[in-house]
Write a protein that binds this ligand. Structure first.
Ligand code: UDX
Length: 445
């Protein structure tokens, strides 16, 4: 099939490349000419394992090209995929201005029957608005469909080529047939629904996953107080198929470009129809507070952060990405700086993006994890990059001025730590003092 993909962010670029890899003819469109130039010359504007190679193979095979000319790409396409950004407005609602502008341009360009598919995450009812805009701009026949995207950064290609399910929301029989044919090589789990349900599935899925994370983080906070181990609790819960094992890793809360934005947007969507989504509001609140546990733990050990030097390992919102959007590291570092600490930060690939968000005379970006740790009064691990777990703990102990380790992702194991003199706080697991497990608290009931 001939596809035009509008927007070369994570979703657009990865979907376009994967559809080309399946043998379709794909043109990826973006207004940002520097991005298109970069893609044409073999560069990739985002870090995503395997993406560069897949772009090279499919460009060389003549199935994939990049352009700034939306009209030209749309004219030639059977299916147009809308994957432009829907950033948050200050009140949490999704900003649909890019979607509406793209819909107008698509409407002016379509030439013969075209299916317009929305992959961007949009509030319920948006696809109907898109259809109205298209109808104002063209008298050519078209159908619309909502096909939400569930890929995760860092494993985006794997997720796109091996989806758990494909949701196709459309009222058109012809669109249903063509979109089912397009996605059939990827999975047999294809769910066809009405458009509004498809739009809702995306928000409900992300909100549920965010809920799992905030739930396990609260369980972790209780575990710390009653002397239980959240990793064991999560394992024990996860064996129950009704609960499942995934998304029960306690830590410093979720970040990234989707969960924070989509949970806020769903709260707003509910509010517009006079429904208060109380549970989701709490999920967001718990998530916001969870990152401050790192500061609370540091202050419990050091009393005062004034003039302390704190090493930070990990700035990205999760490993295998250079994305720092809504990364917990941002607020944690800002708070440390506000409380008078100096910060030495290291991330394998996300420091350049992070430094665009935050510069400060007392914030130093380091070239290695060792450089960040050297001479620091404490170390906080905020992203579970593999290279952090690989460091021999005696070496880390020698690098730090004080052997204080706040592990925000439960990366280190008690057996390793018991050979050291670390004061060690993790999330929802017993803390260690000089390698020795702290006494279980006295339970007052
Ligand atoms: C998410 C959804 O998983 C994906 O389906 C959707 O399309 C986009 O949003 P992504 O943001 O790339 O994907 O990352 P994900 O792996 O889901 O992690 C999101 C955040 O949750 C990260 O900050 C991660 O550290 C955190 N997380 C995840 C936890 O704290 N605990 C967990 O058990 C899982």
């Amino acid at each position: 099939m001939k596809l035009a993909v509008i927007g070369t962010g994570y979703v657009g670029l990865v979907s376009g490349v994967c559809f080309a890899h399946q043998g379709n003819e794909v043109v990826c469109v973006d207004k940002a000419s520097e991005k298109i130039e970069m893609l044409r010359s073999g560069g990739v504007p985002i870090y995503e394992p395997g993406l560069k190679e897949l772009i090279q193979t499919n460009t060389a095979a003549g199935r994939l090209r990049f352009t700034t000319d939306l009209a030209d790409a749309v004219r030639l396409a059977d299916i147009v995929i809308l994957a432009v950004g829907t950033p948050s407005l200050p009140n949490g609602e999704a900003d649909l201005s890019f979607i509406k502008q793209a819909a107008r341009e698509i409407g002016e360009a379509i030439n013969g029957y075209t299916i317009i598919v929305t992959k961007s995450t949009v509030p319920v009812g948006t696809n109907e608005k898109i259809a109205a805009i298209l109808a104002e701009c063209t008298d050519q026949p078209f159908d619309i469909a909502s096909v939400p995207e569930f890929l995760r950064e860092g494993s985006a290609i794997h997720d796109t080529l091996n989806p758990d399910r494909i949701v196709i929301g459309t009222a058109s029989e012809l669109a249903r047939e063509q979109l089912t044919a397009l996605h059939a090589p990827l999975t047999s789990n294809i769910l066809v629904t009405d458009i509004r349900s498809a739009e809702m599935i995306k928000y409900a899925s992300n909100a549920f996953l965010a809920t799992k994370i905030s739930f396990i983080n609260e369980i972790a906070n209780i575990c710390e107080k009653v002397g239980a181990d959240v990793t064991k609790v999560a394992e024990g819960m996860g064996y129950d198929n009704r609960i499942g094992r995934s998304f029960l890793k306690a830590g410093i809360g979720y970040g990234g470009s989707c969960f924070p934005k989509d949970t806020q947007a769903l709260i707003q969507i509910a509010g517009h129809v006079d429904y208060e989504f109380k549970l989701l509001k709490s999920v967001v609140e718990v998530n916001q507070d969870q990152r401050y546990n790192v500061i609370r733990k540091l202050e419990a050990i050091l009393d005062n952060l004034q003039d302390m030097t704190v090493a930070i390992w990990g700035l990205a919102f999760k490993p295998e990405t250079d994305d720092v959007r809504d990364a917990p590291a941002l607020e944690i570092i800002q708070t440390l700086l506000e409380r008078g600490a100096s910060v030495k930060a290291y991330d394998p690939i996300a420091a350049a993006n992070f430094s665009k968000l935050l510069t400060h005379p007392h914030l130093e970006y380091c070239e290695s994890k060792e450089e960040a740790a050297r001479g620091a009064d404490a170390l906080c691990l905020l992203t579970e990059w593999k290279e952090f777990a690989d460091i021999p703990l005696p070496e880390l102990e020698r690098l730090l001025r004080k052997p204080i380790l706040i592990d925000g992702r439960n990366v280190f194991r008690e057996e390793e730590l018991s050979q050291t003199s670390f004061i060690y706080y993790s999330v929802g697991r017993p803390s260690l003092s000089q390698g020795v497990r702290e006494q279980n608290p006295v339970l007052l009931f």
